[in-house]
Write a protein that binds this ligand. Structure first.
Ligand code: EAX
Length: 326
């Protein structure tokens, strides 16, 4: 009798749970980025999804959209502002077009190494820049990472700025970067990332610049023979949210998303570190000619005017504050 009673109770419980689950189907949010599903951004997207689904006990679920399937980085940022995209992991490449305060982070040779860059982004200054984004209709959630950028091309080995002269180099849609490459004598061609592989393949551009992480994740060795470890600029990434989605959340829910973004950034940074250790050997194995011992002083000298152009437009204050912390 007792057994029968509990069986009935158990069935009732299952039925109720079933009804409850139906009534509260998980709310789906989308998260986009430009890189492949084997990339450091996808590692970060997976961490975002896992953390959020766990913290919210399944109330939210994340649909990941890698490989630029929601558009290039500039387009996705616009999507956040109009509410067609909920979350994005993006480099700061096109972000300055929306939040000019972040341009400072894109200056060449600003940070010496990963430790320094991460330390500045994790400081109160980094928090301040994240908070600034809400003045521009975006929610800045966490500083993630893309990595130090290096040059690749299909024509020749680059050891000095002169070697880059006349090369058509794809840059991000970032005026600071375009200026730096112009100063080096290259011909910068701004372009959204999803168009880049084909442009390299068809020879519309000779070269591009990206971190080891991106070169590995995008199989650039198939279309680029030379890699020079110029490390000319640190490329931060950021986890951004749509204010249209986030403004509707309770305090507690908002906290879940913030923690998910934090977990995402941490997982991505770990993957960047791993690829920094292992990626160059892999690219050599794939047939790239890698120039490792680059004297960066002439490159630093060549891009100096980019600093003047930057400060004449945005002033010295932010730059000095970053340099003090670095
Ligand atoms: O954020 O556009 C770029 O070159 C970026 O490094 C890439 O989209 C990853």
């Amino acid at each position: 009798n007792f057994a029968r009673h509990s069986l009935v109770a158990a069935i009732a419980a299952i039925t109720t749970t079933g009804v409850a689950l139906q009534a509260h189907a998980a709310t789906e949010v989308n998260l986009g980025h430009t890189l492949s599903s084997s990339s450091h951004y996808s590692v970060g997207a997976d961490a975002f999804k896992e953390t959020l689904e766990e913290l919210s006990d399944g109330a939210y679920t994340v649909n990941e959209h890698p490989s630029g399937s929601l558009g290039g980085e500039r387009e996705m940022i616009e999507g956040l502002q109009i509410g067609t995209v909920d979350f994005v992991i993006t480099s700061t490449g096109p972000l300055g077009n929306f939040v000019p305060e972040t341009y400072v982070l894109d200056l060449p040779f600003l940070f010496e190494d990963y430790e320094e860059a991460r330390c500045v982004l994790d400081s109160d200054l980094g928090d301040e820049l994240l908070a600034k984004m809400s003045d521009h209709n975006l929610v800045g959630l966490a500083w993630s990472e893309n990595g130090f950028r290096h040059m690749t091309n299909s024509q020749r080995e680059i050891a000095t700025p002169e070697d880059a002269e006349g090369l058509r180099v794809r840059t991000m849609e970032n005026s600071v970067h375009q200026e730096a490459f112009r100063q080096m004598g290259a011909r910068p061609t701004p372009m959204a990332f999803p168009e880049l592989f084909t442009a390299l393949q068809q020879g519309t551009v000779d070269g591009q610049e990206n971190p080891i992480t991106v070169i590995v994740a995008t199989n650039f060795w198939e279309v680029q023979d030379y890699l020079s470890l110029t490390g000319h600029v640190y490329s931060p990434a950021v986890v951004l949210g749509s204010p249209i989605f986030m403004d509707g959340l309770s305090e507690e829910e908002r906290g879940w998303f913030e923690q998910a973004a934090q977990a995402s950034a941490e997982a991505t940074r770990e993957e960047v570190s791993r690829l920094e250790r292992e990626g160059v050997a892999l690219l050599e194995e794939k047939g790239m000619t890698v120039k490792t011992d680059i004297d960066v002083a002439p490159f630093q000298e060549a891009v100096k005017p980019a600093y003047e152009i930057f400060t004449s437009e945005y002033g010295n204050e932010m730059l000095e504050r970053v340099q003090e912390k670095a």
